[in-house]
Ligand binder design. Sequence first.
Ligand code: ATP
Ligand code: MG
Length: 569
Amino acid sequence: MRMSQLVVPTLREDPSEAEIVSHKLLLRAGFIRKVAAGVYTYLPLGFRVLNKVINVVREEMDRSGAQEVFMPVLLPAELWQETGRWDIYGKELFRIQDRHERDFCLGPTHEEVITDLVRTSIRTYRNLPVNLYQIQTKFRDEIRPRFGLMRGREFMMKDAYSFHTSKKDLDREYKNMYETYCSIFERLGLEYRVVEADSGLIGGGYSQEFMVLAETGEEEIFYCDKCNYAASRESAGVAEYKVGSSQEPGASGNIKEVNTPGAKTIEEVTAFLKAKPEQMIKTLIYETESGPVAALVRGDHELNEAKLKKMLGVEDLKLASDKVIEKVTGAPVGFAGPVKLRGLKIVADNVIPLIEQGITGANKKDYHLTNVAYGRDYKAEALGDLRFALRSDTCPKCKEGKLQVVRGIEVGHIFKLGTKYSEKMKCVFLDEKNQEKPMIMGCYGIGVGRTAQAAIEQSHDKDGIIWPKPIAPFSAAVVPANNAIKEQMETAEQIYSGLLKAGIETLIDDRDARIGVKLKDIDLIGVPVKVIIGKALKDGQIELKLRTTGEVKLVPVAQAVEEVTKLCQ
Ligand code: ATP
Ligand code: MG
């Protein structure tokens, strides 16, 4: 490709809309252009990179035995109503109507469509297992689209879905996908970590996320400093507490009602009572499909709704409205507490029974209770891990190490779905005994655009992008220093066509510009190998320069093509 013809509108200044370096570089180097919030055009260079990521993903998925299909983006509401997700998915689902006022959505994920396909095309165990995948545009109306391709509203995803006759066979395929993902991210040259994850809106059983390590990552990764435990913030567990001798539950003092005018938040109440947040029994009222629930966590802890959902076995919950809170507690918001709270289920975090001289709302406007003791004054129906883990918490796996935190970008997610979709949608097969059973499913996603951008986040310098070789838009760039010098241009053209013949994806910077300008642009774009034809040509030599290390090598013209080819492999 000739640089003089390439549509690559590079920018000298950092675009103001971009917060993180990879986003700035994609815009500055002319890879993408914003069309609307979270919606982008891929320019020629951007599209080349995207396709390279896609090729690696496709090769490895094909090698794993999965079969590629292509499902529509436009999906009828009926399928989504079968699983109940038409209602649960909420505002993230782009909903539209056709001219007959029939409801449709733009696919954010494809469990319903693929399950519909499989239930109508596979009948017996003889045709199982199968793993079907596609590489296609997804739509999600994210609350905060940001960071360019990292969190778009329209983005490219590889999604795969597998169907099995047994849990054991799902486990085998899950492992197969785990290994396929490792090969993909290794081939892409990314430094990543696999963590235990929450399965969110897609749901089902066990899941793991593939995280590319990067300071600017949106996710926190909790890992143990002693064993190999690693989990996302959403799912990081907290070891159960050891009860020490000084922590006799509910040892001291009688419960007292105190007037706390206007003090509602943890900060206000602890300031007013000169107490510590660790003494507070935070009482959160939730509405769930099976009625209101009170969930208790310590004042200095944050409740994790994913854990609460799991404990309650519900798919959906939300913080109760002011009206519901007033109805169940008899007091305005800010004064809820578990003592004498009737008519709803109470669940508590594991640490709650250990709070001595607890403080909590009195279910009465402007009053709190002090010296509250678990067991004596109140009780929970269920105890469990309900809070977000914190740095230095004890590891839930080895129970010895302390949790540490690093940041990462979630690029892939693998799930064991079980029968969540197949039961609701009657996706069944006949087993050897001719008995009908629901298929057991897994699903596996990779954010293709996000992965490409994550590579930049991990690999760049002050001059621009440093693409890992397998996804660089071009492998080499031929740069004549001065177009006015005939021999330089001729040699450049000759090496350029030699490289093209050798199958090396090559750019030639034939623009009538100063060498400094050319090299700056080529570095910004991140081409791995530069072939500079300049002063050394008088001695029959050209310069090869590596983008990664800046290392320079002088090579005779006649060997240029061979040397570059070696460097590009
Ligand atoms: P997140 O927690 O970041 O919103 P998710 O859990 O919703 O991700 P999945 O439904 O598991 O994501 O989707 C599979 C993959 O698709 C993710 O691992 C991620 O790489 C990518 N992805 C998800 N949402 C987006 C988005 N808005 N923009 C770009 N890529 C995305
Ligand atoms: Mg999401």
